[in-house]
Design a protein around this ligand. Structure first.
Ligand code: MG
Length: 273
């Protein structure tokens, strides 16, 4: 099952509210749905608890897909693929090397990644990402994380590489607005150990790796993170990126493809000056 958040593109222009006619710019509240062929079936209730499918069906062409969750935190790991650690001149860590991206950096499918005048080198990093479905804390090594998961999606851990090096810690390099594309949907039935991640820039494949190349599998990362901070429904835990990272320029289109999930596509634009 593929879960999404969306807004209808077409809506009544003359909606009457208790305050009078709604403005033409007013957009309906985000809705949650499941993909049904070339349509989205809207669901009601709480996707993390009780929910059910409604009879409202929206053609995919008539909705804007939003980031599939609104997490309290985005937990990432660095250097989780041997070849990627080597390409940036780093050793493989003995334990997961975690950092956070601010939720304010999240954008959805097709929203632009806005470059920053503060960096001369902004890289893509395609990553497989787990989405938590249940609160989880203090898991033990070997615990099965699957009961705590909602599913998996794609994440682009956009990084100002020059600032990552010069700052020493990574909050600024990883935290600019729009530096966390997420989506397009959450696949609930993925065998993550057998999937792959790919990144394309302007249609040319730049990254490609099986999930089995991860040094720490996502399940181990989630157990490890849960002993540091409580993970709550909607939180995302990204896998780290494989080798092949490279720069993005204004005008590029970057796509992250996780097998069985789909394609997260974002254009890249210059900062407003
Ligand atoms: Mg990364």
């Amino acid at each position: 099952m593929k879960i999404c958040r969306f807004q209808p593109l077409v809506f009544p222009a003359k909606q009457i509210t208790s305050q009078g006619p709604a403005s033409a710019e007013a957009r309906p509240e985000p809705r949650v749905g499941v993909i049904a062929g070339d349509a989205v079936r809207e669901v009601s209730g709480d996707i993390f608890a009780q929910w059910r499918e409604t009879d409202r069906l929206w053609p995919l062409a008539e909705v804007k897909l939003l980031p599939p969750v609104v997490p309290s935190k985005v937990v990432c790991v660095g250097r989780n693929y041997t070849e990627h650690a080597a390409e940036l001149g780093n050793k493989v860590p003995q334990e997961p090397l975690i950092f956070l991206k601010p939720p304010s950096a999240i954008i959805g499918p097709d929203e632009p990644i806005v470059l920053t005048p503060l960096s001369q080198r902004v890289d893509f990093e395609g990553e497989i990402t787990a989405v938590m479905g249940r609160r989880c804390s203090q898991l033990k090594p070997g615990d099965d994380v699957r009961p705590y998961l909602l599913g998996y999606t794609c994440l682009n851990d956009v990084t100002a590489r020059d600032l990552q090096r010069s700052d020493g810690q990574w909050t600024r390099a990883k935290g600019f607005d729009t530096f966390c594309p997420l989506g397009p949907v959450i696949e609930t039935d993925l065998d993550v150990a057998k999937t792959t991640v790919e990144t394309y820039v302007n249609g040319i494949r730049r990254q490609h790796a099986p999930a089995s190349d991860m040094i720490f599998p996502l399940g181990v990362i989630i157990q490890w993170v849960s002993r540091v901070m409580t993970l709550v429904p909607g939180d995302v835990v990204a896998s780290g990126t494989p080798s092949g990272v490279g720069p993005l320029c204004a005008g590029d289109v970057v796509e992250i493809v996780v097998g069985g999930v789909g394609t997260l596509r974002n254009p890249v634009v210059a900062p407003e000056v």
